[in-house]
Ligand binder design. Structure first.
Ligand SMILES: *Cc1c(COP(=O)(O)O)cnc(C)c1O
Length: 232
C-alpha cells in the first residue's frame, strides 16, 4: 500500500473512534482530503484507495489539477476551501462542486450568476469567524443569519451549511470551544427555518474535537498527504 492509502486508513480509524466517543454514526461524517500543494498523482493514489472528495485552496493550482484528472471527473467531488477573490469566482463556479469559504454576499452572487446552467446548483457553506479578532476571514456570527438568508435565496447555489477555521489550540477542551460556537449558530439557523445539513469543521490537529461537536465534513490535509512544502 502507498503511504497515502495507509494514512487514509489511519484517518478513517480516528474518525471512527471519535464518532464512537460522541455516540454518532461514523457514516454521518465525510472525509474531505485536502490536496493543496500536492500533485495530481497523489490525488490519484488517494482515489485508488477509495477517496472521492478533495479540497483545494488556490484557483490556478486547482484548475491544473482538475484538468490533469479530467478522466476521473465524474467520480471525483472538488471542494474549494480557500479565500476567494471576486475576480476569480468564474472558474470556481465552472469547475467545482462545493465552495466552503463564502463569507460575502458579493462572492455568492457572482458564483450564482456564473454557475453554468448545465451543472447542478453549486453547494456552498458560509465561512464563519469563530475566533474573533484573531481571524480576518469569515463572517461575524452576529451577521451570519442575514447573510445565510440572502445566500439561500440565490437561484444557482444550494446553501448547505457552515464552515470554520479556528485558531489552533493544543488541548481538546480548548479545541472544542470554537466548534461548539459554530454548532450553536448552526442549530439557531435551523431553528429559524434555514435548511442546513453541513458543518465543515476539523482539520488534522482537531478532528476529534470537531467530531465531538457535530462536524459532518472534516477537512484533512497533513494527516493524509504529509507536511506541505510551500517553497515552490
Ligand atoms: C489546508 C487546509 C486544511 C487542512 O489542514 P491540515 O491541518 O493539513 O489537515 C483544512 N481546511 C482548510 C480551509 C485549509 O486551508
Amino acid at each position: 500500500m502507498s503511504h497515502i492509502a495507509d494514512n487514509l486508513q489511519a484517518v478513517h480509524a480516528r474518525i471512527e473512534r471519535a464518532a464512537q466517543a460522541a455516540q454518532r454514526s461514523p457514516d454521518s461524517i465525510r472525509l474531505l482530503a485536502v490536496s493543496k500543494t500536492f500533485p495530481a498523482e497523489d490525488v490519484r493514489a488517494a482515489f485508488a484507495a477509495g477517496q472521492r472528495a478533495f479540497g483545494e485552496n488556490y484557483v490556478q493550482e486547482s484548475l491544473a489539477k482538475i484538468e490533469a484528472l479530467a478522466d476521473l471527473r465524474t467520480q471525483l467531488e472538488w471542494h474549494f476551501i480557500g479565500p476567494l477573490q471576486s475576480n476569480k469566482t468564474r472558474p470556481v463556479a465552472e469547475h467545482f462542486d462545493w465552495v466552503h469559504s463564502v463569507d460575502r454576499l458579493k462572492i455568492a452572487q457572482r458564483l450564482s450568476e456564473q454557475r453554468p446552467d448545465a451543472l447542478p446548483p453549486l453547494n456552498v457553506c458560509l465561512q464563519v469567524n469563530v475566533s474573533g479578532e484573531a481571524s480576518k476571514s469569515g463572517v461575524a456570527p452576529a451577521e451570519a443569519p442575514a447573510l445565510a438568508r440572502a445566500i439561500a435565496a440565490l437561484p444557482r447555489l444550494r446553501l448547505r451549511g457552515l464552515m470554520s477555521i479556528p485558531e489552533p489550540a493544543d488541548d481538546l477542551q480548548a479545541q472544542r470551544e470554537p466548534h461548539r460556537l459554530l454548532r450553536a449558530l448552526f442549530d439557531a439557523l435551523r431553528a429559524d427555518g434555514i435548511a442546513l445539513d453541513t458543518m465543515s469543521m476539523g482539520m488534522s490537529g482537531d478532528l476529534e474535537a470537531a467530531v465531538l461537536e457535530g462536524a459532518t465534513i472534516v477537512r484533512i490535509g497533513t494527516a493524509i498527504f504529509g507536511k506541505r512544502d510551500y517553497s515552490h
